[in-house]
Design a binder for this molecule. Sequence first.
Ligand code: SER
Length: 385
Amino acid sequence: MLNSNEVREKFLDFFKSKGHEIVPSAPMVVKNDPTLMFNNSGMAPFKDLFLGNAPIKFPRVADTQKCLRVSGKHNDLEEVGVDTYHHTMFEMLGNWSFGDYFKKEAITWAWELLTDVYKIDKSRLYVTVFEGSAEDGLGFDQEAYDLWKQFVPEERILRGNKKDNFWEMGDMGPCGPCTEIHYDGRSDADIAKIPGASRVNNDDPQVIEIWNNVFMEFERKADGSLIKLPKQHVDTGMGFERLVRVLQGKQSNYDTDVFKPVIDKLEELSGHRYKPENENDHKKQLIINIAMRVIADHIRAISFSIADGQLPSNTGAGYVIRRILRRAIRYGYQSLNLKEPFMFRLVPVLANQLGHAFPELLSQKLLIEKVIREEESSFFRTLEK
Ligand code: SER
């Protein structure tokens, strides 16, 4: 079984072999863009390349981008911890074509990577294509459909509406139709009872989107209209934590080696166990499990933000981070009976786990610990009152 670091490396190596330049993640915190506080997707740092406002240095790029979805158009905060596959901070693996290749290569390579390299069971994969939108004057994406038909039986190629299959960065900016790849992780018995096609995009925790391939062709203007971009581009985003979960055969992102070390540490600190809920203790255990997932998720958002130079504060991005930190502390306090600072103790575990891919966690470890510990101490005093 691949560990999470190997999963990331294989992605980058694959696209390197297809002529892509591997670039580091941009910081998670965005400076100088009034429309965005945090990078909410892999494409956000490349916005100006898509719009034709910045020169294209490498027409093919691949990376893993640190993303945070806690505000604006893409906000997953309320799902985090309650379910097992949304996160505040997550890594988005991406391959990019800036005016170079388009649908044919993107779809062919996505399939090759998932099924030849990662060896995911083809019969468990579903894809969606854009059905078109009358209000935007856009038709069905026949080209993507025909490309998928070479690899996927038609009953597993589904049509999706604008909400699911037309990706937009925000109210304005680059956008385009997309094709998503979903994985059905249910048991054979459940699959026999209910076919996966009806579970796709239906909030089934075991049938999840793993990869989105966007064909950037338009710019949404402030008045809601679409204009054609000067060139056609490809923006893909694969949820790293979800991919690892699929490849490690787990039913929850939190059972993978991305989160497990932090949860182990939380068990040690709290004396509670993270384990499946059963009939007798369902409610009690669920409260513990949700709290542990929230904390294991939030410590990443907070640590990466501080490593990127954004400290908790009373305004703007700093306030978002402070609220995430306090949310985690409250879960620890109320559900795990943690009555003194504990979040800072998770930082070394995280740095150890992710420091190879993101060296800033190692170089800034002491600062991250110190900032979190101070925030915690003052918030705990407030809670005690
Ligand atoms: N921009 C798309 C997304 O965030 C694909 O990278 O899903």
